[in-house]
Ligand binder design. Structure first.
Ligand SMILES: *Cc1c(COP(=O)(O)O)cnc(C)c1O
Length: 364
C-alpha cells in the first residue's frame, strides 16, 4: 500500500523548542487571560505583519465575528460564497444579511466589477476574502467603499505573510482577520487575530473576547469568551521563528506542481499576481475540459491514499443550513469553479517525489 498523503500537515517546532517555551508557565501558573506569551506574540505579529494594531483570539472565526460586532455593522454585507463556512456564518451570526457577489475567474477573489450593482441603502460593509492567499483588488475595493461610505473587513485567513509591493496584506481596508488554525501556513494550534487601523477598536476587541469586561468592576459589552491561551501563544512564538523558511519550502513544492501540470489542456492553474509576494498556502487546480472530471481526479487520488480537498465545494450559498435562502445561479462563476476545483496536498515537508507521484496520477 502506498503511503498516505494528507492535504495538509501542521507545522510544529522541535519538541524541545516548544517545551523550553512553555517551561515558565510551570512557575507562573498563568495559563490564559492575556499572559506573558500572549503579549509577546501580539508584539511579534504586529511587527511581522507590518500592521498598526492587533488583538489575538482563540480562533480566526471568533476574530471575524468580533470585528464585525465591534465595527457595528448592520443590514447587508457584500461578500462571496466561494469561501470557508466561517466567513458567511460570522456575518449571519451577527444578524446581518450576506449579499453574495460573484468571483472573478482569474484568482477567485471578489469580482470588483459586480460589487456596485449589489449596494443598497442597507449595505454597511464589504467582506472580501483573500482566497488561497490571492490578494483581492484592494485598490478598487477601497475606491468603491469610499464612494459609498462602506467599511471593508478582509477575511485574510489564507493570507498570512503575504505582501503587496512590500506592504503587509493586513494593512488594507479597515481591518483583516487572520486564522492560525493548525492547517494554515502559520499556526497556534487553534488561533486567529484581527488587525486594524483605528486604535479605538483595540479596547473593544480586547473586551469582546473576554465577556465584554473592560475593568475589574465594569462590563461594557455583551462579549463572549475567545481568548488565546498561553500554550497557543507559545506555539505561535515558536512557529513564527520558522515560518519564512517554511514558505520558501512551500514555494519549491508549488514550483514543482506548476512545472508538471502547466500547459496541460483542460487544467487551469492560478497565475502569480503582479507585485505580490505570496505565501504558497494552497495549490488549487481547476479541471475545465480535461479528460477527467474533478470528482474523478479526486477519487483516483483517494484510491492511492492521497487526500486532495474539494475546497471550496459546495458553495456556502448551497449549504443545507441556508436552504431556500440564496440562489446559487446568481454567482455563476463561483458555481462553476466550485464544481471543478481541487486543492492538492501542500505543506512544507511534502517531498518532491510525492508531488511527482500526485502529478503522475493526474496526468496518466
Ligand atoms: C480557516 C478559515 C477561517 C476560520 O478560521 P479558524 O481559525 O479555523 O476559526 C475563516 N475563513 C477562511 C477563508 C478560512 O480558511
Amino acid at each position: 500500500m502506498n503511503k498516505t498523503i494528507q492535504i495538509a500537515c501542521s507545522s510544529m517546532p522541535d519538541f524541545e523548542e516548544y517545551t523550553e517555551e512553555i517551561r515558565g508557565l510551570w512557575e507562573s501558573h498563568w495559563l490564559t487571560n492575556m499572559g506573558i506569551k500572549h503579549k509577546e506574540l501580539e508584539l511579534k505579529l504586529v511587527d511581522y505583519l507590518q500592521v498598526s494594531d492587533i488583538t489575538l483570539f482563540t480562533n480566526g472565526h471568533f476574530a471575524l465575528e468580533s470585528i464585525i460586532a465591534a465595527t457595528g455593522l448592520m443590514g447587508e454585507v457584500i461578500t462571496t460564497p466561494f469561501t470557508f463556512a466561517s466567513t458567511t456564518h460570522a456575518i449571519v451570526r451577527n444578524g446581518i444579511n450576506p449579499i453574495f457577489c460573484d468571483i472573478n475567474p482569474k484568482d477567485y477573489t471578489i469580482d470588483v466589477d459586480k460589487i456596485e450593482n449589489l449596494i443598497t441603502d442597507k449595505t454597511s460593509a464589504i467582506i472580501p476574502v483573500h482566497v488561497y492567499g490571492n490578494v483581492c483588488d484592494v485598490d478598487r475595493i477601497d475606491e468603491i467603499a469610499r464612494k459609498h461610505n462602506l467599511k471593508v473587513i478582509y477575511d485574510a485567513a489564507h493570507a498570512f505573510g503575504v505582501t503587496v509591493n512590500g506592504k503587509g496584506v493586513g494593512t488594507f481596508g479597515d481591518a483583516s482577520m487572520f486564522s492560525f488554525h493548525a492547517t494554515k501556513v502559520f499556526n497556534t494550534i487553534e488561533g486567529g487575530a484581527v488587525v486594524f487601523r483605528d486604535e479605538k477598536l483595540k479596547r473593544k476587541l480586547d473586551a469582546l473576547k473576554n465577556f465584554g469586561i473592560t475593568q475589574s468592576d465594569a462590563v461594557e459589552y455583551v462579549g463572549g469568551n475567545a481568548k488565546m491561551n498561553e500554550f497557543q501563544a507559545a506555539m505561535g512564538i515558536c512557529n513564527l521563528r520558522h515560518v519564512d523558511k517554511e514558505i520558501v519550502r512551500r514555494k519549491a513544492i508549488v514550483d514543482r506542481y506548476q512545472d508538471r501540470l502547466y500547459n496541460t489542456k483542460g487544467i487551469k492553474l492560478c497565475k502569480p499576481q503582479a507585485n505580490v509576494k505570496g505565501n504558497y498556502a494552497y495549490f488549487p487546480v481547476v479541471f475545465d475540459g480535461y479528460r477527467l472530471m474533478r470528482d474523478e481526479v479526486f477519487e483516483r487520488l483517494k484510491t492511492q491514499n492521497i487526500y486532495a480537498r474539494k475546497y471550496f465545494y459546495p458553495l456556502v450559498s448551497d449549504f443545507e443550513c441556508y436552504k431556500g435562502r440564496f440562489n446559487i445561479t446568481e454567482t455563476p462563476v463561483a458555481k462553476h469553479i466550485s464544481d471543478s476545483i481541487i486543492c492538492l496536498p501542500l505543506y512544507a515537508d511534502l517531498a518532491l517525489e510525492d508531488v511527482d507521484r500526485i502529478c503522475d496520477i493526474i496526468l496518466k
